[in-house]
Design a protein around this ligand. Structure first.
Ligand code: HEM
Length: 457
């Protein structure tokens, strides 16, 4: 382990991500109430709460994945960071750009396209920080002379492809793309599909890193199955977007292939974690009990999402589920159930490694409450969204009002379970945030006088 403090930047990224999630969920809950009572909080309309919610919770995914990489490389992989200054600059650019984006949303200064509804000029610092991150990552990781384990590949690929696909999502700024609606939608959704693929690379890479570290066995990061997952993920990232473009005419076989690839990717990921779980000894599970629990939850949610995705990919069902709340269930089911659970595992893995005395003491019963509240609420939340989607899809009248009245009970359950889920996640975040803060504070305070190691018995 290195003795310098470059890894603290990673912890700061994680803490910022936790703040973004904590606040971002609040906007989701407000949005839920606005589904029920459209006149609720007129000062902050749904057109603002939705982008605030989505931007902040997606930032959580990036921030904690990036923080993990900045932490693990220098602290656990013995690869000193190429430049701590660049990492710090990355952090500050992220923070300032994030605040600027929120200020634009709050003041109603919209621009850009769906999911990036801020003025496109703010994408410039995003490109800059992503370049800093890429340079730092590759210059650091190339110090590793042996063949790379799969997570190094996944992290590197996620970084490169984020850059490419984010650039692609800005092609609408060029009149050639903007002037033709089909071309614009095609390019737009192609880039969004690939962007999701690139953050999945960062997050799944983190999951495999944790699996290898907790088991103490590199098999999970070097096996044929792990590299199979990597190549499928790469293929999915490049071509899996086709199932995001149902709106525009394209050959059925292209979508079917794209869907088959993304389902296989999810299945293989689920299987690797399932096999990993079976191979662990009790003491390994106990040592990293919190991280282990979150990874198992992620695995269960992989199979739940896989089930839903398989159903909605059947053309007959797709006909009436597309564009309903089922699509939102699919998006939130995977970003909460899979990505968020893996990232929480990463946070509590770090806490166990750096602050072993705190990992089990005091907070663990509250953490358990937070964990179960979150997962049970998520199950209800997810089911309510699916049922609201089915209700909407099956409605054959032509009154929007009547359809909304029919599905109102499901939306009510969705919003209430959203509130309890938010509380559950807040409990978890509160402990994680506090304990990561303790790690930073302890590391930055003057070193205590050395304590002599006990003599072996
Ligand atoms: C870890 C926590 C969460 C994550 C990662 C998350 C993620 C997301 C994502 C990715 C979307 C965009 C979906 C799409 O475009 O199809 C979304 C939309 C939304 N989320 Fe969340 N969410 C979280 C928690 C919540 C909570 C607690 C609520 C409370 C009710 C909520 C309510 C909403 C609403 C109302 C929308 C808009 C749906 C629409 O436009 O139809 N979210 N969320």
């Amino acid at each position: 382990m290195t003795t310098n403090t470059s890894h603290f930047t990673g912890l700061r990224f994680m803490r910022l991500g936790m703040l973004a999630l904590g606040i971002g969920m609040l906007f989701g809950v407000i949005g839920g109430f606005q589904f029920l009572f459209p006149e609720f909080l007129q000062e902050l309309l749904f057109t603002k709460t939705r982008p605030m919610h989505v931007s902040m919770v997606v930032s959580w995914i990036f921030l904690v994945a990036i923080g993990g990489i900045y932490f693990y490389l220098p602290r656990q992989c013995n690869l000193p960071l190429f430049s701590t200054k660049l990492a710090k600059a990355h952090f500050w650019i992220f923070l300032v750009t994030g605040i600027a984006i929120i200020a634009c949303y709050l003041s109603g200064n919209f621009g850009g396209r769906e999911y990036f509804e801020f003025p496109p000029i703010l994408s410039l610092p995003i490109f800059v920080m992503w370049t800093l991150f890429g340079v730092n990552y590759f210059k650091t990781a190339r110090q590793y002379r042996k063949p790379w384990p799969v997570y190094y590949w996944m992290w590197g690929t996620g970084i490169v492809f984020f850059f490419i696909t984010y650039a692609e999502s800005h092609l609408y700024l060029i009149p050639y793309f903007r002037d033709n609606m089909v071309r614009e939608i095609m390019v737009q959704w192609k880039s969004y599909g690939a962007l999701t693929g690139s953050w999945n690379m960062l997050v799944y890479g983190t999951a495999l890193y944790l699996a290898a570290r907790i088991s103490g066995c590199e098999k999970y990061a070097r096996s044929k199955m792990a590299f199979g997952l990597y190549f499928l993920g790469l293929f999915n990232l490049m071509f899996g977007w086709a199932h995001h473009t149902y709106l525009v005419p394209s050959d059925t076989w292209i979508r079917t292939l794209a869907y088959a690839v993304s389902m296989t990717e999810l299945y293989i990921f689920g299987k690797i974690i399932w096999d990993w779980r079976a191979s662990l000894e009790d003491w390994q599970k106990g040592r990293h009990c919190n991280a282990y629990r979150f990874l198992i939850a992620a695995d269960i949610w992989v199979f739940v999402n896989l089930g839903l995705a398989l159903i909605i990919s059947v053309p007959f069902f797709n006909l009436f589920t597309h564009g309903t709340h089922i699509t939102v269930a699919h998006a939130m089911g995977s970003t909460i159930g899979i990505n968020t659970m893996i990232l929480l595992a990463s946070i509590f893995y770090v806490i166990r490694e750096e602050l072993p005395e705190a990992a089990h003491a005091g907070c663990s019963s509250q953490l358990r409450i937070g964990y179960w509240t979150t997962n049970i609420s998520l199950a209800v939340f997810f089911t309510a969204l699916v049922l609201a989607g089915v209700g909407k899809g099956l409605y054959d009248g032509n009154s929007f009002q009547e359809m909304m009245t029919n599905i109102r009970p499901f939306l009510l359950v969705f919003t209430l379970s959203g509130v309890t889920m938010m509380i559950g996640i807040w409990i978890i975040l509160w402990h994680g945030f506090r304990l990561l803060g303790q790690i930073i504070a302890r590391g930055e305070s003057p070193a205590p006088a050395a304590v002599a190691a006990p003599e072996p018995a």
